[in-house]
Write a protein that binds this ligand. Structure first.
Ligand SMILES: Cc1cc2nc3c(=O)[nH]c(=O)nc-3n(C[C@H](O)[C@H](O)[C@H](O)COP(=O)(O)O)c2cc1C
Length: 131
């Protein structure tokens, strides 16, 4: 299994309902594919974690990357994992205030790449606040 953390920029201002639509579609699709993860939208930027079987994650990343609702798609970190961080979330929503509360989440949003330690810390901090 692998996980990918990426950041992208929304092409248009997202309303809460727009983000809600993305979450709904993601939850339906991801459940069928055994993908789990978390999504943050804040100030025009998306930050998403996807985890699951290598080929399924790679395929999903290719599809999401092409989505016209965002651009400047940048993988911040990608790695192998033997244990899912979000086993019960087909796509969790990360509350916006996670950015101000969590150094690792803030660092991920501000960087073009993060190291393994920051990635692991990011996952731990995000998994503690998703709902
Ligand atoms: C920021 C962002 C995150 C997304 N995350 C997912 C996801 O986790 N799973 C998914 O299936 N689609 C996700 N999508 C939507 C896909 O790009 C695509 O629209 C969708 O998979 C198409 O599904 P459909 O063929 O059922 O309409 C995301 C889109 C955006 C803009």
């Amino acid at each position: 299994m692998k996980f990918v953390i990426y950041r992208s920029k929304a092409t248009e201002e997202m309303r809460a309902s727009d983000v809600g639509d993305i979450l709904l579609t993601s939850r339906m699709n991801n459940q069928k594919r055994g993908i789990t993860g978390a999504l943050l939208y804040r100030n025009g930027f998306f930050l998403q974690v996807l985890e699951g079987q290598d080929d399924v994650v790679d395929d999903l990343v290719r599809r999401i990357r092409k989505d016209g609702r965002h651009t400047a798609f940048t993988v911040l970190y990608s790695g192998e994992t033997s244990k899912l961080v979000f086993p019960s979330w087909s796509m969790a929503r990360v509350p916006e205030d996670a950015v101000t509360r969590s150094p690792a989440v803030f660092q991920a949003l501000e960087s073009d790449q993060i190291d393994e330690n920051t990635a692991r810390q990011f996952l731990a901090e995000v998994s503690a606040v998703v709902r």
